[in-house]
Write a protein that binds this ligand. Structure first.
Ligand code: GTP
Length: 332
């Protein structure tokens, strides 16, 4: 299930349960003749039903739907105004589920800020009217609810972020993985198609891979891959992205980089790798295949194939070299 869909279900459940709870309150107050509280509950229910409608309408943008903040601010505001207007201490108990609803519907910071605001105003109201022990009891319940809810949501957000990072990161090098490459490259190509900015890519691989493996073992290679990744992150500019492919190759996506630019950065990378003394493996050279997108390149696969061929050509000609593959400008 995607995060967006999960949020949609969570929001619908939150608003749905709140509506049910408020409708029960409305019915009870109507039965006992507390019409002010009945009207208040009906208005609150209208807001939570609006929340359900908004959740359904904005279901594709649940992660950044700003309307929830307005709905929840109105809901919280209405309860606080009613608290002072009606001078009805029973309304203070309505604030407790609202604190949880804030945290469930809104991003953590917004939800927590709104819940703390409600807690402070509620405590001030109770201090002026109710015995100190009752006030402390309700304020304490509100703080416990807000902090436990916030902790739980923070923990969930943290876990979701870690799972997402793991899914797109190579465990050995810490760079992005091949799965994420296809996705990002396709998006980048589509963006270039619209804006017309140049896009270049590079595939690079270590020379004498088998010999190095025989000499230093897989651990030696892994140490080099890790160090090379950190080094490449330092060479490329912000906006470029680096990927580790399964067969010991690296891939670079270089947005806003024309043919002359990719030749410059490829040469810079080649030289900087050859000049260093690497841990465990010592002196190492790499070969690089590069290409620049043409208007006929609409698929990630075609750019990847062309850089792979360019890399093979570079390795065939000599080690420690670069080959640039021209794209087809005439036919698709
Ligand atoms: N994508 C990318 N391109 C680079 C990088 N370094 C150089 N280039 C390309 O090579 C061209 C010439 O780079 P440089 O020789 O560093 O000259 P520069 O004018 O200082 O480069 P910029 O100010 O980065 O444009 C740049 O305009 C880029 O197209 C890099 O780290 N990433």
């Amino acid at each position: 299930m995607t995060e967006t869909r999960l949020r949609t279900y969570t929001h619908l459940t939150g608003y749905g349960l709140a509506t049910l709870f408020i409708m029960i309150l409305a019915t009870q107050n109507f039965r006992y003749g507390f019409y002010d509280l009945f009207y208040l509950a009906c208005t609150l229910a209208a807001l939570t039903i609006a929340g359900m409608g908004y959740t359904t309408l904005a279901r594709r943008q649940q992660l950044r739907a700003p309307g929830h903040l307005f709905i929840m601010a109105a809901l919280n505001g209405l309860i606080l105004v009613a608290l002072f207007w009606l001078q009805e201490a029973d309304i203070s108990y309505w604030c407790l589920p609202v604190i949880l609803l804030n945290l469930l519907i809104l991003p953590l910071r917004q939800g927590l800020a709104l819940s703390l605001l409600v807690t402070v105003v509620l405590t001030a109201f109770l201090l002026a009217r109710e015995p100190l022990t009752d006030t402390l009891l309700i304020a304490f319940a509100a703080v416990i609810l807000a902090s436990t809810g916030a902790l739980y949501i923070w923990h969930y957000d943290h876990m979701a972020q870690s799972a997402e990072d793991l899914a797109i990161t190579d465990p050995v090098t810490g760079a992005h993985n091949a799965r994420f490459l296809d996705e990002t490259l396709q998006k980048e190509i589509s963006r270039c198609g619209v804006t017309g900015h140049p896009l270049s890519v590079i595939t690079l691989a270590m020379d004498y891979l088998e010999e190095t493996k025989d000499l230093h073992g897989q651990n030696g290679l892994t140490t080099f891959y890790r160090a090379a990744t950190q080094h490449l992150f330092g060479v490329i500019r912000a906006g470029d992205s680096l990927y580790t492919l399964s067969d010991g190759k690296f891939f670079l996506i270089l947005p806003f980089t024309p043919e002359e630019g990719v030749r410059v950065i490829a040469e810079r990378i080649r030289r900087s790798i050859a000049e260093r003394d690497w841990p465990v493996v010592g002196r190492v050279t790499i070969s690089l295949g590069c290409t620049t997108r043409t208007v006929n390149d609409t698929l990630a696969d075609s750019l990847r194939k062309r850089t792979d061929e360019a890399l093979k050509e570079a390795q065939k000609r000599s080690q420690d070299s670069i080959w640039f593959a021209e794209g087809d400008l005439n036919g698709a």
